[in-house]
Design a protein around this ligand. Structure first.
Ligand code: ISE
Length: 348
């Protein structure tokens, strides 16, 4: 069975996902592409042999499953349309930029009675994060107390804002913290101090986020977007009996002439390629195996995870403005999200 996929949004991520689904994901074929920029849609459609659709609604009607990779503010409309049409939908982060918009998505999915939404928090599929979680869950380092994380981007375009360091960059670390410890974040503090000389005027880079988990575990996240030297992702969990950290590099380390060399990825598509491949493979597999069963058509991060991440980002933005600790208040978790996603915490 081939799952016919439509991709809405043919920018960097939309194109990458379309190529990945077409070239590297067995059982999937991208048959439709839509973008507000018709030329961009045509270029990606030509690369994967798909048809261009002028309207997202028509695209959704014509396919088995939908990828939403358009600008964040448009996600709500497309995800709601996919739910209304009963189509599984993979939505890039954010699920939606405001908590109210995420609420509407949760309400629609709850009314549909079946989980159809998967959110693109790909780090949950990264072999290094999975190995780290296996150690934490397995108990080898004892009860977790702290997590240290660093998320450094080499550079960003000039339309990137200080707020986006929270909502676009640190949002991944927010999701990792919730997933790693399987609990919610209850408060967020964001500090910004000395500013990098490479940042544009008025830009608050780097930022330090402190996430307080429900059990009291503290997570600090250094988020920065002008590191220059490459895309650098770090993580370490400190437990009562030991620590576990992400390995420094998935590639080879060359030692010669008194120095050790290893490649540093340039950006996130390179760093997380394996994770992107795995998340799409899992998504297509669950659609293929459950389409006719009435089971949920999601795997990994759900709409609830998207909602919780956005709620934490809203608290983070308030904290960035106020310079103080902001509480995260979540709505009661609907029953639909109370059973674990199929592969949560399970390395694959
Ligand atoms: C980008 O949108 C991503 O999702 C990347 O993973 C993140 O590292 C980057 O900061 C974001 O801008």
């Amino acid at each position: 069975m081939t799952i016919r996929v439509g991709v809405i949004g043919a920018g960097v991520m939309g194109r990458d996902h379309a190529l990945r689904l077409t070239r590297r994901t067995a059982g999937a074929q991208v048959v439709a592409v839509a973008d507000t920029d018709a030329e961009r849609a045509a270029a990606v459609a030509a690369e994967v042999g798909a048809q261009v659709f002028a309207s997202a609604a028509e695209l959704i009607d014509a396919v088995d499953a939908v990828v939403v990779a358009s600008w964040g503010a448009t996600h709500e409309e497309y995800v709601l349309a996919a739910i209304a049409a009963g189509r599984p939908v993979f939505c890039e982060k954010p699920l939606a930029p405001t908590r109210e918009a995420c609420d509407r998505i949760l309400d629609a999915e709850v009314a549909a009675g079946r989980r159809l939404v998967t959110v693109g928090f790909m780090r949950r599929d990264d072999p290094q994060y999975l190995a780290m979680k296996e150690v934490v869950v397995g108990g080898a380092i004892g009860a977790p107390l702290l997590m240290h994380a660093a998320h450094r981007n080499a550079s960003v375009p000039d339309w990137f804002t200080s707020e986006m360091i929270v909502t676009d960059t640190a949002v991944h670390d927010i999701d990792v913290a919730r997933w790693m410890f399987d609990e919610e974040i209850v408060a967020v503090t964001v500090l910004s101090g000395r500013v990098s000389r490479k940042a544009q005027p008025g830009f608050r880079d780097p930022q330090l986020l402190i996430l307080e988990m429900a059990s009291g575990i503290l997570v600090d996240v250094e988020a920065s977007v002008n590191a220059g030297f490459g895309y650098d992702i770090r993580g370490e969990v400190v437990g009562e009996d030991g620590t576990v950290e992400l390995s420094e590099s998935a590639g080879a380390v060359v030692k010669r002439a008194g120095a050790a060399h290893t490649r540093i990825p340039g950006e996130w598509i390179e760093r997380f390629t394996t994770a992107f491949d795995a998340e799409f493979r899992a998504w297509i597999d669950v659609i293929a195996s459950s389409a006719d069963s009435g089971d949920h058509l999601t795997v990994g991060p759900t709409a609830w995870d998207g909602y919780a991440a956005t709620a934490c980002c809203e608290a983070g933005l308030a904290a960035l403005r106020s310079g103080t600790r902001e509480r995260v208040e979540l709505r009661p978790k609907p029953e639909l999200y109370c059973t674990a996603p199929l592969t949560e915490g399970t390395p694959r």
